[in-house]
Design a protein around this ligand. Sequence first.
Ligand code: 5RP
Length: 214
Amino acid sequence: MTDNQLQREKELAAKTAADLVEAGMSVGLGTGTTVACLLPILAARRLSIRCVATSPQTEELARQLGMRVEPFTDVRSLDIAIDGADQIAPDGWLVKGGGAAHTREKLVAITAARFIVIADSSKPVDILNGPLPIELLAFGLGSTLRRLGNVTLRNLPPSPDGGIIGDYHGPLDEPRATATWLSGTPGLIEHGLFPPEMVSTAIIGRGEQVEVRN
Ligand code: 5RP
């Protein structure tokens, strides 16, 4: 699959997701190259919508396109959120956070009545595999790393919320058990495993078609 073909699949998935957005909705915008395809398509619809963004990059692009982006602080609910994914398992589990925005992305996803995932055909996998993006509290970092075990830190500035971005290198064949363990680890702010119950629909570009998984 060439880069152009993957780009076309992202655009098809993005267009299908953009068509789910209606005037008056509050919309969560994810982060990444697939969301970067979504934003111009959504902006071109010129709907009256209010948006929240999961990263400074998405916020900047959305504003450049004339979209209304509001702070997330006081938002209690969203009608829909649309975001990409790094891996999509057959049972609906996702790995996210390749762009280091998974903490904000998970908060926005769980706030939305519908969370729509958009992806090209390289993202579905038979079994999730690592590394798994994680965000860590700087305070006590050494202790957290020792307890987590096999983690590499990314050579990145801290997240917009001050977290340290890294990747956990462990098996992901039992994602619920891993997610439960990671969520219960003090010092770990958030991990990139998203459970199926958080995902309403995955829209996957495949050639000139889209596959819709509900
Ligand atoms: C960012 C993410 C992205 O949604 C994920 O990495 C997919 O990105 P892309 O659309 O560029 O493939 O989780 O934190």
